[in-house]
Ligand binder design. Structure first.
Ligand code: ASP
Length: 358
């Protein structure tokens, strides 16, 4: 009997010891994971509201103020989500929602008009942790296309849906569809009229439309995008746009193309593009920046400059990007006169810019 008691005690001790050891080792490995992912709990967020011929001399003080206030309002929403430990993806989509709801930007309310006088919206998101992505193109009744892009990523087996099908998916997922007149803004409608008037006088010798610079170049402004790094070390990117004024034939730009308008990869960076979409698709801008970091070991700033200052202009395109890497380093690179942009770091320091050299 005595021997049995001793044996039970011994087994008990052994069990206790091994459990303690186990919990220690899982604590250690948890700590290691935390450390390798984001030791300092660093986080950050960057946004853009479009790039183009944005010149101070063409901007009133009140309009400039309105842009800056909206950029600040939007970035603070995402920053607060990140500060409270929310995900990069939540910060990205909620920040973009603010800009989509503002008539100042070419996304959601405020989207530019197609040749036929309607608004066709494109958007995409990408999650750097899983490399999962979602995109929609050519939707006409979805108030916040970025939310639908997220739903495509989370609730469908696909990456990209377009047009009527995307709207059926939206309805099935309980999205409230708005009347297309929701997207009407006088300002954007007048831009379409101006471009159409110009088009009439600029026909090429075949009598076909001359789709040349500056005809297209000045027909787009104000795509919105956001990239974020959260406290868990995860990156996310999103982009939303109305595309280019006077676009036809269900033209789709770079914004909903994963790798061109949007890309995120925890191993490298998150990127959102804005600019002349045809060139951004051909240069695969967002993925190219990530690839230069991954395969060539370039820093984020070096990679962004390489693509935006060399590769895109060499093809004849223009525009810019905002990006953030896994350490919270940021690049806001553009080759146009201006780009609406803002950055906020973990300490809450805010930088807002519109023109070059500021
Ligand atoms: N990249 C957008 C497009 O081509 C336009 C823009 O960013 O201004 O649709």
């Amino acid at each position: 009997m005595k021997n049995f008691k001793t044996l039970t005690l011994l087994i008990g001790f052994l069990l206790l010891f091994s459990c303690k050891n186990q919990s220690n080792s899982s604590e250690i490995s948890d700590n290691l994971t935390d450390k390798s992912e984001n030791p300092s709990q660093n986080f950050g967020i960057v946004i853009h509201g479009g790039a183009g011929t944005i010149l101070k001399e063409n901007m009133s003080d009140s309009l400039e103020m309105a842009y800056k206030m909206k950029l600040e309002e939007a970035i603070r929403v995402g920053h607060e989500i990140l500060r409270q430990g929310g995900t990069a993806m939540e910060a990205v989509t909620k920040t973009i929602n603010i800009m989509e709801d503002s008539p100042l930007f070419n996304a959601g309310k405020g989207a530019v008009f197609t040749h036929e006088g309607i608004n066709e919206l494109d958007a995409s998101v990408m999650d750097g942790a899983t490399l999962n992505a979602g995109a929609v193109a050519g939707v006409t009744r979805v108030k916040n296309p970025i939310d639908l892009a997220l739903a495509v990523m989370n609730d469908s087996p696909h990456v990209m849906l377009s047009g009527k099908g995307a709207e059926t998916f939206a309805q099935e997922r309980g999205f409230e569809l708005v009347d297309p007149t929701y997207f009407y803004t006088e300002n954007r409608f007048q831009s379409l009229q101006r471009i159409k008037d110009k088009e009439k006088t600029e026909l090429d010798h075949d009598g076909k439309t001359a789709f040349t610079d500056p005809f297209i170049k000045d027909s787009k402004f104000g795509t919105v995008g956001c990239v974020a790094l959260d406290k868990n070390g995860n990156l996310a990117a999103g982009t939303s746009t109305g595309g280019m004024t006077n676009k036809r034939w269900n033209r789709i730009g770079d914004a909903p193309i994963i790798g061109a308008g949007t890309y995120a990869n925890n191993a490298t960076c998150a990127v959102s593009s804005t600019g002349w979409g045809e060139f951004f698709i051909r240069a695969m801008v967002a993925h190219d920046i990530s690839a230069l970091m991954e395969y060539k070991g370039l820093s984020l700033q070096e990679a962004a400059a390489e693509v935006i200052q060399k590769k895109v202009p060499a093809l004849g395109g223009d525009g810019g990007i905002v990006s953030i890497d896994k350490h919270g380093n940021v690049a806001m690179e553009f080759n146009t006169a201006g780009m609406y942009r803002a950055h906020m770091n973990a300490a809450g320091e805010l930088i807002i810019g519109i023109y070059k050299d500021e």
